[in-house]
Design a protein. Sequence first.
Length: 374
Amino acid sequence: MKKIKRLNLPSQGRVIVISDIHGELNLFTNLLNNLNLRSEDYVIINGDLCEKGSNSKGTVRYIMDLSKRNTNVYVTEGNCDTVVEDLLKENPKLMNYISSRKHSILKEWLDEVRFELNEDTTVQEVKDILTQHFSHEIQWLMELPTAIETDDYIFVHAGLDDCEDWRETDRMSAITMPAFLEKSHRTGKYVIVGHWPVVNYFCDIPSNNPIVSEDKKIISIDGGNVIKSTGQLNAFIIHRTTNGDTFSHTYTDHHLTCEVVKGYLSDPIMSGSISYPNYELMPLQPSEHFTLCKQVGTNDLLYVKNEYIHQSEKGTYSAKTDLSCAQISVDIGDIISVVDSSCSGYDLIKKNGEEGWVPKDVLPVKQRGSIPVV
């Protein structure tokens, strides 16, 4: 790994880490407003600024300007940000990528200059057009460091190899490594990563909140923004004091919120979740709202909401998407996010970053903005 930036953090103050914005500029600016940023705060944006979300070009420009205006803002590269590298290298697979992706910074740039793709358009043509109009943005993305090192922390998008000198980690591994929290490293410092949605790690009640492993000295902060229907954009906050660092977090998402009107105590038998790649199911015991299933990839027994079970033409069963199979306890007055109110009998909600089902009478009668079953 060649692009490593050394940074000296102050002994006091806030260090705010945000990753995996994925082109969701409105969420990002809302999050910054909620944080009440101060001039002395340090902000680390830990990769994946663009791709997948609705406004990649605006997000990149905003962060470029933010880092120019504020010398305490630093940015690392993520795997999604290297799409401009594929452009400069004239990767022939890029044409299919641009054509098939509804949201990509390259497509947004082409639309801005009113260049329409056709079946004869070559990657060389796209490169010539985009480097002519967006050379500043492309150069800025190309020059982003792969990792930022401080005395106590290393910020890298995906992970580090478990080797004596972490700097020998291959660059592509550093920005694409899956499930780093299940691995280890020998840096002696906290390694803070995004890339892999934290909800993939949970076994009981799925949560999108950052995970701090003191034993492994790994902090994983990707809230699954854009990638998961229940996802959120997390801000992980390091509070630096002379007595040592403490951690907290906040988040924002696209879901509408409401106030709980009836308390509910969850059934402990309802727990667990379904996430990539273990979607295949074997139904065992159907009931009115949930079906007890064996998850084929793990042999876990899960109660899956009936509307989320898909039967193929061959007769096999699978979950339609990532899904919580847990219930959540709530009290009157709790403020929760409504994820899906389209199912019978139960609504899928998120409370303090955790996902689960509650009976419909727990929420107000009229719910708006719910996400329907995929």
